[in-house]
Design a protein around this ligand. Structure first.
Ligand code: SF4
Ligand code: FE
Length: 493
């Protein structure tokens, strides 16, 4: 079964029995939990669209390992065209969910681990690449969701892993056995971890010899003995417990992050992809980060498309859509959003093959892409809030709009009063105005703001991480030489 349906994906989660905790308690039926379900619906969209004739070319492809049709989220990119299609696919799903749909982290991890294991084997004669290929074939054939798990809690940021007062603050080996390793530690703010069938762990920073026990990559089922997850809360998340459908803003879709804890988990040899070869830790991090920074030039643009549309709707409902200032703000938002897309496409077109044969994005352009993503969504959100007006954050609740509690001298209810004073132009239902404003609030300030704003800043590495890569890849020396040639300054001997 190469392509699961959305329903088959959701049903497959029910039998996993992954240990999940929220608000201090174990959640047994997390699949139907109102705070978690929207994030499951998002990943389900990656399955649903793969069965839609209109999107087959973007959503599915052929496995280079088996020749079978697979979901593109399980693919190892074979060309620049594949890289471009990936960005287009992410934009599409952003448009359909207005949220972070989580499955890309695993796809980006597959591509980084695939090329890195090849090079580790080449240097050390290990068998990691074959291990990884077998794992990937299983993922492709069963159409699994895999969380690419990179970020360790990191403790004292001034200290390397082996000098941390608490050694668990970076994921590490605590025991080496004949048949595998026992690992201990955690990964923080893991996107889509609860909804994943498996996890693919990677180191979080470049490491030295003393950090050998932390230079690890391996795969592990989400329900393995010793793994559990603590759900990360989001702004306004408890609105999802109120039972309404308007105040949540986006009732159906949402992102998800969790703390994933590994409490002495056994990993058999066949699922180990790096085990102490610390000199490859930096390359693995760089490649994963590069792919994920490319991803943002797709997913955030798709969410941006919906945000721009919502702002235009709010303007129309308020009767100001013809005002030149509003039109100009929409132009500016579009310009910024398409600039992000241009970067995502550019770093894909400039992709090149790795030694293992899969394609990697242009690292400089991918980092420029993500650096822009740390800025432009904030400006797009600012302009959306500007167009929406203050009512986006001052409007009474959905319950008030529906309330039949009498407050007026003539028997008017709270609902009557809300509907009277928040009415707008003729032909626009007050409820539609309510919906669009709550939707804008959701992306700019509510639970989806995790995905659109803060994740734009810190996801796939904080801004400074991209600046370090831009400095490394920017070739200032080469640029100096260009200037010297034209200015007639000889190069020193
Ligand atoms: Fe995918 Fe974007 Fe979410 Fe990362 S932030 S997991 S690329 S949707
Ligand atoms: Fe992310």
């Amino acid at each position: 079964m190469a392509l699961k349906t959305a329903k088959e994906y959701i049903d497959s989660l029910r039998t996993l029995g992954t240990r999940v905790y929220m608000f201090g308690e174990k959640v047994d039926n997390w699949v139907d939990h109102p705070l978690i379900r929207p994030s499951i619906n998002c990943i389900a969209m990656t399955y649903a669209l793969a069965h839609d004739e209109r999107y087959k070319d973007l959503m599915t492809t052929t496995s280079h390992l088996t020749g079978r049709t697979i979901n593109r989220f399980c693919h190892v990119h074979q060309s620049s065209e594949d890289l471009v299609k990936k960005v287009k696919m992410l934009r599409l799903i952003g448009q359909k969910t207005a949220s972070c749909f989580q499955r890309c982290v695993g796809m980006d991890a597959f591509n980084a681990v695939y090329s890195t294991t090849y090079e580790v084997d080449e240097k050390y004669g290990t068998n990691y690449h074959e291990n990884f290929k077998k794992f990937l074939i299983m993922v492709q054939d069963e159409d699994l969701v895999v969380d690419g798990a990179m970020t360790d809690p990191k403790g004292d940021r001034s200290l390397p892993p082996h000098l941390q007062p608490d050694p668990d603050l970076f994921l590490r080996v605590v025991e080496r056995r004949e048949d595998g390793i026992v690992v201990r530690g955690a990964k923080a703010h893991q996107t889509g971890s609860i909804n994943s069938h498996w996890h693919l762990f990677m180191p979080t920073i470049a490491m030295g010899e003393k950090d050998k026990d932390y230079a690890l990559s391996f795969a592990c089922p989400s329900n393995a003995e010793g793994i559990y997850m603590i759900y990360g809360r989001q702004s306004c998340d408890t609105r999802k417990l109120e039972g309404g459908c308007i105040d949540t803003g986006n009732n159906k879709f949402g992102g998800q992050e969790a703390l994933v804890v590994l409490d002495n988990v056994f990993i058999p040899n066949e699922y180990i992809f790096l085990n102490g070869e610390y000199d490859f830790s930096g390359a693995l991090v760089e490649r994963f980060a590069g792919y994920h920074r490319q991803s943002y030039g797709g997913c955030k643009v798709g969410v941006g498309d919906v945000l721009i549309g919502a702002a235009a709707l709010a303007a129309e409902y308020n009767g100001v859509e013809k005002a030149s200032a509003v039109k100009d703000k929409l132009i500016e938002m579009t310009h910024l959003n398409e600039t992000l897309y241009s970067c995502g496409i550019a770093c894909s077109c400039e992709g090149c093959p790795t030694k293992a044969g899969n394609y990697q994005i242009d690292l400089l352009l991918a980092n420029v892409c993500k650096q822009n993503v740390t800025r432009y969504p904030y400006e797009i959100a600012r302009l959306a809030e500007d167009i929406a007006g203050g009512l986006m954050v001052t409007m009474p609740s959905e319950t008030d709009f529906k309330s039949d509690t009498v407050v007026g001298a003539n028997g008017e209810t709270i609902g009557d009063i809300c509907n009277k004073y928040f009415a707008t132009r003729e032909g626009v239902k007050t409820e539609d105005r309510q919906r669009v404003l709550r939707f804008l609030e959701n992306i700019c300030l509510g639970s989806s703001a995790v995905g659109y704003r803060t994740e734009s800043l810190h996801g796939a590495g904080s801004p400074q991480a991209q600046r370090i890569m831009i400095a490394r890849q920017g070739d200032i020396q080469g640029k100096k030489s260009l200037a010297k040639v034209i200015a007639g300054i000889p190069e020193k001997e």
